[in-house]
Write a protein that binds this ligand. Structure first.
Ligand SMILES: Cc1cc2nc3c(=O)[nH]c(=O)nc-3n(C[C@H](O)[C@H](O)[C@H](O)COP(=O)(O)OP(=O)(O)OC[C@H]3O[C@@H](n4cnc5c(N)ncnc54)[C@H](O)[C@@H]3O)c2cc1C
Length: 340
């Protein structure tokens, strides 16, 4: 997926690579993998419901109006409650930026079922029908690029049976991590490809555009920034492909334990790179680069989002730091044993 996504994105915009709705010829559907890895046997049919018939179209409901990066402080609560003799859960809370809710059949909603604010344990995922009584889309948020499909959704006294639970009780964060790891590597590959497109288009334009009677490409002020971007793209390609390959060699919980820092490195670096490359492409192309007659502003608007949405870059850098310094991750034990 990483190789093909990068390739398609490096060809610019088109049906093969539609940034507006994030569709590509190569699908990236983390929910298929989440159901495969965390779904009960009676939930496995949801994979074919999703892929064959579109009968299951879930959204991802983690972020809340007052808690994004600090999702473990979420205020949404689910408490056990029987309903007409059936055991289940009563959910109350509010979610924010629940992308795709307008067309969803379900929201994969994360709620605290035990533990304290800030605890990683005690958060549980539920597959809540999008039209269950008490689910209400309160408003849609207008954004830099993708208007109207990101709502704030309230859940008031919503009751679901036990069978709506997805993954282990109290272990919902593992599902959320699974989801973001898949998205982070996908975004990284697409961002790298789009960066390469911006660089290549700028190089071509610089060779033919001749202000002052000579090609722009003759100026080192034009060359050097593009060289910096092209060098970073070359290095990132290796890291992204190595990381994607390693992800394929292990289970998703292992990715979380052994590779999470590398996935974050790929993501935040590639998303930064494409923003810098699109910005540079606008500059090299001058006025026409800023216009919608060229795709760079669209690429910028789309990929700029990725620096915030899949865990913002600060939160990912924070994770890399925690692993680097051994506060978390595989080096923790080694540092402790070395007395550091
Ligand atoms: C277009 C769009 C689509 C989205 N889709 C979904 C979705 O489908 N489902 C979903 O659940 N969420 C979704 N999100 C929400 C997204 O995951 C959050 O916006 C993101 O996690 C950041 O949370 P926040 O906006 O609350 O920012 P905050 O957590 O309030 O952070 C604000 C800023 O402070 C920085 N910051 C926070 N803590 C620290 C720290 N300790 N050190 C340094 N800097 C810090 C952050 O990086 C950020 O830049 C979407 C967001 C957008 C914009």
């Amino acid at each position: 997926m990483a190789v093909i996504r990068e390739h398609l994105a490096s060809k610019g915009l088109g049906l093969f690579n539609d940034l507006q709705n994030e569709h590509s010829i190569v699908g990236n559907n983390p929910f298929v993998l989440m159901i495969r890895d965390f779904g009960r046997p009676d939930q496995q049919h949801l994979i074919s419901d999703m892929l064959d018939r579109g009968a299951f179209r879930p959204t991802f409901g983690l972020t809340e109006p007052d808690h994004g990066s600090d999702a473990t402080f979420m205020e949404t609560r689910a408490v056990r409650e029987d309903h007409k003799g059936e055991s289940g859960w009563r959910i109350n809370g509010e979610k924010m930026w629940t992308t795709g809710m307008h067309a969803a059949t379900h929201c994969c909603l994360f709620a605290r079922t035990s533990g304290e604010d800030g605890d990683a344990r005690g958060i549980t995922a539920f597959l809540v029908p999008a039209h269950a009584p008490g689910v209400k889309i309160e408003e849609y948020l207008w954004t830099f690029n993708m208007p109207t499909d990101h709502p704030r959704v309230s859940f008031t006294q919503v009751w679901v049976p036990d069978s709506a639970m997805f993954g282990p009780e109290g272990g919902g964060l593992a599902l959320a991590q699974h989801f973001v790891h898949e998205n982070r590597i996908r975004q990284a590959a697409s961002s790298l490809g789009a960066a390469v497109f911006c660089i290549e288009e700028s190089v071509k334009y610089a060779r033919v555009r001749k202000p002052f009677g000579k090609p722009l490409a003759d100026n080192q002020a034009i060359q050097f920034p593009l060289v910096e971007l092209a060098s970073t793209a070359e290095m990132l390609r290796l890291l992204i492909r190595k990381t994607a390959w390693e992800m394929d060699q292990m289970t998703k919980p292992e990715v979380e334990k052994r590779l999470s820092d590398k996935v974050s490195m790929c993501n935040y670096q590639a998303n930064r790179l494409v923003c810098e490359a699109a910005d540079r492409a606008m500059q090299v192309h001058g006025g026409i680069g800023y216009s919608r007659h060229k795709p760079f502003e669209h690429i910028y608007r789309h990929h700029r989002r990725y620096r915030i949405t899949e865990g913002s870059e600060e939160i990912q850098i924070r994770k890399v730091a925690a692993w680097l310094f051994g506060f978390l991750g595989p080096r923790r034990k080694a540092f402790a044993e070395a007395g550091l």
